[in-house]
Design a protein around this ligand. Structure first.
Ligand code: ATP
Ligand code: MG
Length: 365
């Protein structure tokens, strides 16, 4: 899967932009605030119909323009395809795939998949568990629509159970339906654990290979998935996992009623990464943490390639700073599979695997 050509009009700080992308590495260099991240945002938008930076479409339209028009020529699914997004202020955007207007972003799926690493992802291994869960969940949802559906159901049930617990004094009668919610939460929760165990195992193995190359063999990367304590084997059958979750829930039933909160279930899952046996969360240096986080993204792309048969385009925003020369060389010159876009501010960087694009004030120079 690769982006062959990108044209933007009225998008962010781009009045007009058009360029042909290299099949390997595209290094986008420029000072701060010149439009490097905006370019990655346009690529993500074309592939998915949304931006990770904003939900307000108006922000994406260049100040003074009436609308933004994004176009891409893409090679995927063994042919050349086109994508177009037109974004209007205050009314729904319009999406086209191969010249045919599409009703939903879901209909674009599989044409231009991307895996993005942005500075906010940097500290995911240091941050609280919810940031890691989000990272894992969003990768898994992309790979497995059934997981996506199960997660949505779980979150809905959890929400409803939370409300029952919160209103337990005002509406005690609602407590009668709590066992039904608990059972379903355990059943769906078991499914989530089953998916996650397999996903994290694959992710950890792939990331470990990348991290080994990245660090020149100096660091051994391991990922461990943690779930509810009564689950002895997250690879057990869904029936067994359901039973394990019920046991945990029963032992916490009283505490849940007393605190009015959902205290048990895979919504508290986490994973931990160690390098040479030391937890990145506690002991990782800036560069190590950054390297491990990038390795996870590379692994996510690898799993997507195995699943979908095509490698998503990798977008690395601002990853080079704080990496030593060897690790920078890995990012610039050793990611040989698939297409990569890398942004950086530092002048003098170049790649042997593709082209360097210099951006200044929303123009290629
Ligand atoms: P950095 O190296 O600091 O990350 P960058 O090159 O990635 O910089 P971008 O995030 O791409 O910078 O943003 C470049 C500029 O785009 C910003 O100065 C911002 O003010 C401008 N910008 C954002 N939205 C719009 C818009 N709708 N219209 C015009 N300019 C915009
Ligand atoms: Mg930027």
């Amino acid at each position: 899967m690769r982006l062959c050509e990108l044209s933007l009009s009225g998008f962010r700080n781009y009045e007009e932009l058009s360029f042909e992308a290299a099949p390997g590495v595209n290094l986008i260099v420029g000072d701060n605030a010149q439009g490097k991240t905006n370019l990655l945002e346009a690529i993500v938008y074309l592939g998915s119909g949304k931006s990770w930076r904003t939900q307000k479409s108006g922000e994406l339209i260049r100040f003074g323009s009436d609308f933004a028009d994004l176009n891409a020529r893409v090679e995927s699914q063994d042919r050349i395809q086109t994508l177009r997004s037109v974004i209007f202020p205050g009314r729904p955007r319009q999406l086209w795939r191969n010249g045919v207007k599409k009703k939903s972003a879901g209909e674009l799926s599989g044409v231009l998949n991307t895996v993005l690493f942005c500075p906010e992802d940097l500290m995911v291994l240091k941050a609280g568990a919810s940031a890691r869960r989000r990272l894992g969940d969003s990768a898994l949802c992309q790979l497995r629509p059934n997981y996506d559906a199960a997660l949505a159901e779980y979150n809905r049930l959890l929400d409803q159970k939370s409300r029952i617990l919160k209103d337990r004094f005002d509406h005690p009668a609602l407590l009668e339906i709590l066992p039904d919610y608990n059972l379903r939460l355990c059943q769906v929760g078991a499914l989530l654990i089953s998916y996650r165990a397999r996903f994290y195992e694959g992710l950890g193995k792939a990331a470990s290979v990348y991290h080994g190359q990245f660090s020149g063999g100096a660091e051994e990367f391991r990922l461990a998935y943690h779930t509810v304590s009564t689950v002895e084997d997250p690879f057990a059958s869904v029936a067994k996992l359901t039973e394990d979750l019920q046991n945990h829930m029963e032992s916490h039933a009283r505490a849940e009623l007393e605190s009015g909160q959902c205290l048990t279930g895979p919504h508290k899952d986490d994973f931990d990464v160690t390098l040479n046996g030391l937890s990145v969360k506690t002991y990782g240096s800036q560069g190590q943490t950054r390297t491990a986080a990038i390795s996870l993204k590379l692994a996510q792309r690898e799993l997507a390639r195995r699943e979908l048969g095509e490698e998503p385009v990798l977008l690395l925003d601002d990853v080079l700073s704080e990496l030593d020369p060897g690790r920078q060389d890995f990012v610039l010159n050793q990611i040989t599979s698939g297409q990569v876009f890398i942004t950086c501010c530092e002048p003098g960087r170049f790649t042997k695997l593709g082209q360097t694009i210099q951006i200044s004030k929303g123009k290629i120079v």
